[in-house]
Design a protein around this ligand. Structure first.
Ligand code: FES
Length: 157
């Protein structure tokens, strides 16, 4: 008698039994597919980041005072719930969308390097144009128009 041809004997009529081999094949197949999905999901998300909506638009908001942002410094303010990075580049105030174009982390100012940094995956953006300097960000940071009234800074979003 060949041991490989062993089939379990079912003494109960009308019941369907699953052999140990079929059960292990199903379990291993399911484990393989679950592992594959777990590995591929973050890779696909990294290569094709989610698009995001336009955010808050159509308004003018008072966001600060020029005294709050000395030359070479920046700060993130909230405009309608959307983070906006205000930075003073040599006396010229700029406003950029504070959300990274890669995976929507809030960007920050690197005063030492004088660039905008996304701390999540190390994307770096130009402080004057918002263009991508390095890193995985697929697009530059959108900028917002600003206007000054005395020392008050207004952002048009
Ligand atoms: S979220 Fe990935 S670099 Fe900003």
């Amino acid at each position: 008698m060949n041991a490989c041809n062993y089939e379990p004997v079912d003494n109960r009529k009308g019941e369907r039994r699953v052999s140990r081999r079929r059960f292990l094949q199903f379990t291993l197949g399911f484990s393989f597919l679950a592992t594959l999905a777990g590995v591929l999901t973050p890779i696909i998300g990294y290569l094709w980041p989610p698009s995001r909506g336009a955010g808050a638009t159509g308004g003018r908001a008072l966001v600060g005072n020029t005294k709050d942002i000395p030359p070479g410094e920046a700060k993130v303010v909230s405009v309608g719930g959307v983070p906006v990075l205000l930075l003073n580049h040599g006396g010229d105030i700029k406003a950029f969308d504070g959300i990274c174009t890669h995976f929507s982390c809030v960007v920050e100012w690197d005063a030492e390097g004088q660039y905008i940094l996304c701390p999540c995956h190390d994307a770096r953006f130009n402080a004057v144009t918002g263009a991508v300097i390095s890193g995985p960000a697929p697009a530059p940071l959108p900028s917002f128009a600003i206007s000054l009234e005395g020392e008050d800074i207004y952002v048009e979003v």
